[in-house]
Design a protein around this ligand. Structure first.
Ligand SMILES: Cc1cc2nc3c(=O)[nH]c(=O)nc-3n(C[C@H](O)[C@H](O)[C@H](O)COP(=O)(O)O)c2cc1C
Length: 180
């Protein structure tokens, strides 16, 4: 059974990345009627930024060369680390169980939103491999960053779908939308 993990991270309700992500998810669900669909809204239910106990878990993983996610728990030893792990564990389980991770990523100050960055920090561990997992990123941004001089400023938001494995995309890789 195939599993799609769908992450949203726009602070807006009328959001291009939400709209494009929803379209991708709908197509995926049509194509995988028996698949498992998991949706996590990082803007509405934000995960906290990593704290010191998270970093000491990582120190132990590195010192003891623990690289298998199934063994990460062995690096959780103190009360503070157990508390930090209680945040990581459900997020990491969702990520590791997913065949496809669909990431809704609005551009905020030339990067991803703080809510998405917090999730990335929580679930990314030293030498972790996600080989075999397909990532689909639906991004939205307000500015134009193509090469050359800006000749005309428009109100167009561009939204792009990028996928980590060729052939995964179920719709065109580039789309443009104008806010209504
Ligand atoms: C806090 C914030 C920072 C932003 N920073 C940028 C930026 O650096 N570059 C850009 O092109 N657009 C920027 N924008 C515009 C958003 O990328 C644009 O509105 C996009 O459509 C947001 O995605 P969404 O429609 O999924 O909410 C910013 C918007 C917000 C709210």
């Amino acid at each position: 059974m195939s599993t799609l993990l769908h992450l949203d991270s726009s602070a807006r309700t009328r959001s291009f990345s939400r709209e494009l992500g929803a379209r991708f998810a709908a197509r995926w669900r049509e194509a995988h009627p028996r698949g498992l669909y998991v949706h996590r809204d990082l803007a509405r239910q934000p995960v906290p930024p990593v704290g010191e106990a998270w970093t000491t878990i990582c120190d132990t993983l590195l010192a003891e060369q623990i690289t298998e996610p199934a063994d990460y728990r062995k690096a959780v030893r103190t009360a503070a680390e157990r508390e930090a792990w209680a945040v990581v564990e459900p997020l990491l389980s969702e990520l590791l169980a997913a065949d496809v991770v669909l990431v809704g990523a609005p551009m905020y100050n030339f990067g991803v939103s703080a809510s998405l960055k917090a999730w990335i920090d929580q679930v990314t561990f030293p030498r972790m491999s996600l080989a075999g997992t397909t990532f689909v990123v639906v991004g939205a941004r307000g500015g134009s960053y193509s090469k050359g001089r800006l000749v005309r400023r428009t109100t167009t938001t561009s939204a792009t779908c990028v996928t980590s494995s060729p052939g995964t995309s179920v719709w065109p890789t580039r789309a443009s939308s104008t806010p209504s």
